[in-house]
Design a protein around this ligand. Structure first.
Ligand SMILES: NC(=O)c1ccc[n+]([C@@H]2O[C@H](COP(=O)([O-])OP(=O)(O)OC[C@H]3O[C@@H](n4cnc5c(N)ncnc54)[C@H](OP(=O)(O)O)[C@@H]3O)[C@@H](O)[C@H]2O)c1
Length: 337
């Protein structure tokens, strides 16, 4: 495969290259793409140096697959240009997620929806991916009615500038601010921009994306998204009300048997998921599994995952792997020429 990584110099882009290398994704030619600011920079993949190129040159090279992690505006403008030359785009931004003509994919749940005609495929929001992976087997068994989620999100979810802000603050250095307030020793109930309804865009992604991924609008999700000064992963407190009652041992079994989930849940040994353990791992970790004693058929869980891995790069590479394994990538313009 001729593969373009768009946003290769960014936080997600860097992990994307690691994940492609670790999983030995079949790459015959690699194009590393970023903004004009980075054109000419050198990046290393599998011990080989590659020079960063611009978007127009990458389109002209007609890659088979382009994995975008370069913000919504870049995706809106450039993903269709790649699609036009036959490239299959897997996009990490929010640009296409709720477009009814685009698939929103967590491979363990709905990769089977993908076809060769899907030229722009959306990767869900990082906080959505880890939550929906845990909700899917439980929804199938007990049928969800309502989910209340509060997130504790890592600064790495905002990108390079936010990590720099946190590090500068911790070191007492005056620097550029990615957030309107200090993040070190703080908690900001503010992830992404505020919308007219008083929620943030991140909270509305958590509310809407699970319905699309699970192809079911009979349940609802309400969210509060909070940024905290961690760098290793996002954590979520998730309260789920089901239509049907459940057995806690069966809930644990269903979750442990789900591909991509690791249950870490033993109060006697202080075993529960935390960002320091999830950091650098591809799995989604679930713990603090307990009954909500204030309401029937309701469960509490704590879900943690590395937002740059399963929340972004790993999920995108898994989509690419599914496309290759199922022969769904065919750059027709290349085939014609
Ligand atoms: N961080 C996460 O946990 C996470 C999770 C899921 C999805 N995402 C999404 O992934 C995307 C990237 O996030 P990030 O955290 O990696 O941000 P980041 O660290 O700020 O990196 C942004 C990347 O996009 C490139 N870029 C920016 N403007 C561009 C343009 N006009 N043309 C070409 N390339 C451009 C940058 O290139 P330069 O270095 O040249 O500026 C850089 O490579 C965003 O859409 C974000 O919403 C992030």
């Amino acid at each position: 495969m001729k593969v373009a990584v768009v946003g290769a110099t960014g936080m997600v882009g860097e992990v994307m290259l690691k994940v492609l290398e670790e999983r030995n994704f079949p790459i015959s030619e690699l194009l590393l793409v970023a903004s004009e600011r980075s054109v000419g920079k050198k990046l290393t993949y599998k011990n080989e140096e590659h020079t960063v190129i611009g978007l127009a040159d990458a389109v002209a090279a007609q890659p088979d697959i382009a994995i975008f992690s370069a913000g919504g505006d870049t995706s809106l403008e450039w993903a269709p240009k790649f699609a036009e030359v036959g490239t299959t785009v897997i996009d990490n931004s929010s640009a296409w997620r709720m477009d009814p003509s685009k698939k929103l994919v967590v491979p363990e749940i709905n990769a089977s929806e993908l076809t060769a005609e899907d030229k722009i495929i959306a990767n869900p929001n990082c906080s959505t991916i880890q939550m929906v992976l845990a909700l899917d087997p439980l929804h199938k068994k007990y049928q969800m009615k309502r989910v209340v989620v509060s997130t504790y999100q890592s600064v790495s979810g905002t990108g390079v500038k936010a990590v720099e802000q946190m590090e500068n603050e911790a070191a007492g250095i005056d620097g550029e601010m990615a957030y309107p307030y200090p993040i070190n020793r703080n908690a900001l109930p503010h992830c992404d921009m505020f919308l007219e309804n008083g929620y943030t865009k991140e909270e509305m992604k958590l509310a809407r994306e699970p319905q699309k991924i699970l192809d079911d609008r009979t349940f609802s999700v309400t969210a509060t998204a909070v940024r905290i000064p961690t760098a290793g992963g996002h954590s979520e407190s998730v309260n789920v009300e089901f239509h049907n009652d459940f057995d806690l041992a069966e809930v644990r079994k269903l979750l442990s048997e789900t591909s991509g989930i690791v249950v870490q849940d033993n109060p006697e040994t202080n075993t529960y998921p935390m960002p320091v353990f999830a950091n650098g791992k591809d799995d989604v970790f679930v713990g603090r599994i307990r009954r909500d004693e204030t309401q029937p058929n309701t469960l509490n869980m704590w879900i943690v995952a590395d937002n740059l891995r399963k929340g972004a790069a790993t999920n995108a590479v898994q989509i690419a792997e599914y496309l290759v394994e199922n022969n769904l990538v065919s750059n027709t313009s290349e085939a014609i020429s």
